[in-house]
Design a protein around this ligand. Structure first.
Ligand code: RB5
Length: 145
């Protein structure tokens, strides 16, 4: 699995925590920043990262901002992206099993580093269940087409 990782200025610390989780799990990843002192615009990171997942260059993306909302709205504009904004471990598991989410977002101003690490690990480990859920995800893909 290859993961692309990004944040705006509001998500730098959690992004670093997630990078550590990816290293601990021996998952290959590319961190595209931001390397920012000041503020940046979350779509400038979310959209390129999501495009690189949609193209197949990466299997998954993890995007962090202050709330996770700006990153998730932006990523979900990219065709083929199923981005889930997650702030609890249960949803992290179920959004992989049921929605086959390929991008995860979290908000650094919402949750702490320990929970963010658990969410990332759970989301990376969980598998899509297929079956009736594949039919539902297929309807989203059909609509996009
Ligand atoms: C940046 O101030 C903040 O708006 C951003 O990190 C994010 O929370 C947007 O949804």
């Amino acid at each position: 699995m290859k993961v692309i990782l990004a944040s705006d200025h509001g998500g730098v610390n959690i992004r670093k925590e997630v990078a550590e989780v990816l290293e601990e799990m021996n998952i290959s990843y590319e961190d595209i920043g931001c390397d920012c002192e000041g503020s940046v615009d979350y779509p400038d990171y979310a959209i390129p990262a999501a495009e690189r997942v949609a193209s197949g260059e990466f299997d998954r993306g993890i995007l962090i901002c202050g709330t996770g909302i700006g990153m998730s709205i932006s990523a979900n504009k990219v065709k083929g992206i199923r981005c889930a904004l997650v702030h609890d471990v249960f949803t992290a598991k179920v959004t992989r099993e049921h929605n086959d989410s390929n991008v995860l977002t979290m908000g650094e101003r919402v949750i702490g580093p320990g929970l963010a690490r658990e969410i990332a690990k759970t989301w990376l480990e969980a598998e899509f269940e297929g079956g009736r859920h594949a039919n539902r995800v297929g309807k989203i893909t059909e609509y996009e087409a």
